[in-house]
Design a protein around this ligand. Structure first.
Ligand code: ADP
Ligand code: YYY
Ligand code: MG
Length: 191
């Protein structure tokens, strides 16, 4: 049974940055759904490359059958990790239903780390990210933020109803955010 922490928040809220620090210090393995999709997009012979690129540019969400298979495969190939930080997933109802269908009995969601951050700050961070991504531009970001507001935030609200959300305000410095995140994991370890 894989232990899983979902990491959600608007684009540019710092999910990848904070997950890298958790992985470095707390023994969890960081799996970014976006990174896995970008790797699949580039993979020689992938039948999903064009579809993935279209969704990424459009700020829309790739069908869960593709994304969840990549996540399950990555977890199964990671040995006996303490747990997995599943970054940027589930991003919509299709993701959530697909996860429940495919991963029930195989993975246990401990909690959802929600990095909340005002959108203007998020957009500026993405525009300054400098990773050469095809979706870090004004047009794609507008669509990604709309997708987050309309499709992803309701998923966070779903988990909130089940008492699983741990919100950390993320407009602050990385150090301040990470100090609060460590406390969240410490509290979770006591349960
Ligand atoms: N707390 C922060 N303060 C300032 N810049 C940040 C902070 N967290 C992340 N960044 C920067 O903002 C950009 C987006 O961060 P990232 O971790 O990729 O966010 P996400 O995965 O949520 O899109 C990166 O260039 C990162 O270095
Ligand atoms: N569960 C997911 C996660 C990402 N994607 C696609 C659509 C997203 O806009 C892009 C980029 O996701 P990523 O998590 O890397 O983006 P941010 O780190 O939030 O800036 O990938 C997806 O289709 N389904
Ligand atoms: Mg990211």
């Amino acid at each position: 049974m894989h232990n899983v922490v979902f990491v959600l928040g608007p684009p540019g809220s710092g999910k990848g940055t904070i997950c890298a620090k958790i992985q470095e210090n707390l023994g969890y393995v960081h799996l970014s759904a976006g990174d896995l999709l970008r790797a699949e997009r580039q993979r020689e012979g992938s039948e999903f490359g064009a579809l993935i690129e279209q969704h990424i540019r459009n700020g829309s969400i790739v069908p869960v059958e593709i994304t969840c298979a990549l996540l399950e495969n990555a977890m199964n190939n990671s040995g006996d990790a303490k747990g997995f930080l599943v970054d940027g997933f589930p991003r919509n109802e299709d993701n959530l239903q697909g996860w429940n269908k495919q991963m029930t009995g195989k993975a246990l969601v401990q909690f959802v780390l929600f990095l909340s951050c005002p959108v203007p700050i998020c957009i500026q961070r993405c525009l300054n990210r400098g990773q050469g991504r095809t979706d870090d531009n004004e047009e794609s970001l507008k669509k990604r933020v709309e997708t987050y507001n309309r499709q992803t935030f309701p998923i966070i609200e779903h988990f909130e109803k089940n008492g699983l959300v741990r919100e950390v305000k993320s407009e602050r410095s990385v150090e301040e955010i990470y100090a609060d995140v460590v406390e969240v994991f410490n509290q979770a370890a006591k349960v």
